[in-house]
Ligand binder design. Structure first.
Ligand code: IPE
Ligand code: IPE
Ligand code: MG
Length: 243
């Protein structure tokens, strides 16, 4: 789908993506699963540039979950190195285009020091960019994010009856990030897999059979087109019904 086919006035501010299907993409070609992860790099970059052209302000991608540590050590090692390399080779380009790169996830648990160092460097380098925020959900789990928030809230000594939704929001990994209006998952799996549990409360969910390495900006626009056809009610009535 072309960008020109979308309604400019109803673009989502924040799109979240579950980049799934790398392993199957590789297996179908008789390649090792890790080749599928490598092929996902082009999909990610094309999607990011496509989002930038569309004026989307926030893109959040699921790159490595807290559950992905269950995978074979070789695959985990590959993914750590792959994400580190991706940062090193792409951050200048992202920076030049005004993309702020940030990481959402547990930093003090399991992530190799060297990878963490690159993460922090990249965040510092791109901190003041304003064209778009690209959040990499890395060593990320929605439940872990909520556990981390609850720990901080408990440690702050706040009175239980003073805790409300705003308090929880303020302790998420990025308290300023608006909730995604749209979440897209590739590869024909119909689940959340512990992604952005708090933030997705009222997101529109779009699922596509496209495997992540084959995903391109046109697929992003097709998902946005589907989003634009949805009637978002937030528990109320749709505009057409009056209120
Ligand atoms: C998504 O692709 C990438 C990560 C989870 C890191 P998968 O590796 O899950 O690919 P499939 O689902 O096995 O095909
Ligand atoms: C979700 O995909 C995590 C990422 C894309 C990083 P998985 O492939 O890990 O999810 P499940 O195991 O199919 O639920
Ligand atoms: Mg998968």
């Amino acid at each position: 789908m072309e960008l020109s086919a979308l309604d400019k006035k109803r673009m989502p501010v924040h799109v979240a993506l579950v980049m799934d299907g790398n392993g199957r993409w590789a297996q179908r070609r008789g390649l090792p699963r890790t080749d599928g992860h490598a092929a996902g790099e082009e999909a990610l970059l094309d999607t990011v540039w496509g989002a930038l052209d569309a004026g989307i302000r926030y893109i959040t991608v699921y790159a490595f979950s807290t559950e992905n540590w269950k995978r074979p050590v070789d695959e985990v090692r590959f993914l750590m190195g792959f994400n580190e390399r991706l940062l090193m080779t792409r951050r200048d380009e992202l920076d030049a285009k005004g993309v702020k790169v940030q990481f959402l996830g547990r930093r003090d648990w399991r992530v190799p020091k060297r990878v963490l160092k690159r993460i922090v460097e990249t965040e510092e380098m791109t901190r003041d960019n304003t064209a778009m925020t690209l959040s990499m959900a890395f060593n990320y789990g929605g439940r872990a994010e909520l556990v981390d928030a609850v720990r901080q809230i408990a440690a702050s000594g706040i009175k239980p009856d003073k805790i409300d939704e705003k308090t929880i929001r303020q302790h998420l990994y990025d308290p300023t990030m608006p909730d995604p209006e749209l979440m897209v998952r590739t590869s024909g799996e119909y689940r959340i897999s512990n992604f952005l549990l708090w933030e997705l409360a009222y997101s529109e969910l779009v699922f596509t059979d496209v495997l992540w390495p084959d995903f391109r900006r046109g697929d992003l626009y097709a998902a946005i087109d589907e989003y634009q056809r949805r009637d978002r009610r937030f528990g109320g009535l749709s505009d057409a019904d009056g209120s």
